[in-house]
Design a protein around this ligand. Structure first.
Ligand SMILES: Cc1cc2nc3c(=O)[nH]c(=O)nc-3n(C[C@H](O)[C@H](O)[C@H](O)COP(=O)(O)OP(=O)(O)OC[C@H]3O[C@@H](n4cnc5c(N)ncnc54)[C@H](O)[C@@H]3O)c2cc1C
Length: 222
């Protein structure tokens, strides 16, 4: 069985809105001008950031992204699917045969024998069950949380800001923080005017709201 570290999870941005500043210009102009058609140019970073601070978030919904997230675990799948304002297509444990699969664990557990033995034991049990005629969709109950999955995630920029704000915070597990960091890296290249100012509360809202749970370490960037 191949066991990878969260750092090796692949994130690909396979689709994005062409020229996000153009659609932002139309969205912002339509609110303010009757002659909004055929206005030239985009929108400045200053305007984009001011609109975000004002919480006029619906205009950002016209920009959207599709990401392929390859190799993150089933625990990650449970976490990311809590972000309801987005769309998901995941590998199916109902239909796919997982007699051979990989796992994703924290860097500190790469080479850990107890972890490797337990994951191998789950895989062997699954093979035994499927080979004995138990349907894959029942045998899957013995598959581990660490099992890798492939996911297609489509999300608009407004919801992505919310996701990154919540999931770049140190209070999260390393896996979702690492994936969020990879996503931030990609969207900064596509729409820097917005995503350059996105991060956890300590970065984008000037303070932490976690009270006693606060990590006390301001975000250092992804
Ligand atoms: C550090 C951390 C720890 C967490 N721990 C737990 C945990 O222990 N247990 C647990 O169950 N979850 C946990 N969560 C998940 C968390 O509670 C949210 O479900 C998750 O972060 C998705 O956030 P969201 O609802 O803002 O996103 P989305 O579902 O994408 O929603 C976006 C926004 O839309 C609005 N919205 C969406 N649906 C509704 C609705 N039904 N009613 C009203 N408004 C809505 C809200 O304004 C929401 O912020 C944790 C999250 C984090 C970041």
């Amino acid at each position: 069985m191949k066991i990878i570290s969260y750092n090796d999870i692949e994130v690909h941005m396979i689709r994005s809105t062409n020229n996000p500043l153009e659609i932002m210009r139309t969205a912002l102009d339509i609110t303010q001008k009757r002659d909004f058609m055929d206005q030239a140019g985009g929108v400045s970073a200053k305007t984009i950031q001011a609109v975000m601070k004002m919480n006029h978030g619906s205009v950002f919904e016209h920009v959207s992204y599709s990401f392929l997230i390859l190799g993150a675990s089933r625990s990650f799948l449970a976490q990311i699917t809590r972000h309801r304002i987005s769309s998901f297509t995941s590998g199916s444990q109902h239909y796919q045969d997982y007699r051979d699969y990989g796992c994703s664990v924290d860097e500190s557990l790469i080479g850990n024998e107890t972890m490797a033995e337990s994951l191998e034991a789950c895989a062997k049990t699954y093979v035994r069950m499927v080979d004995s005629g138990i349907p894959k969709y029942e045998a899957r109950q013995v598959l581990p949380n660490a099992m890798q999955n492939n996911l297609l995630w489509t999300v608009n920029a407004r919801s992505l800001v919310n996701f990154l704000n919540l999931r770049l915070c140190h209070r999260n597990t390393n896996e979702i923080m690492i994936v969020a960091g990879k996503i931030l890296h990609l969207v900064k290249r596509h729409f820097s005017e917005l995503f350059d100012v996105v991060g956890p509360d300590c970065f984008m809202r000037g303070g932490c709201a976690q009270g006693k749970m606060s990590c006390g370490r301001p975000w250092e960037g992804a």
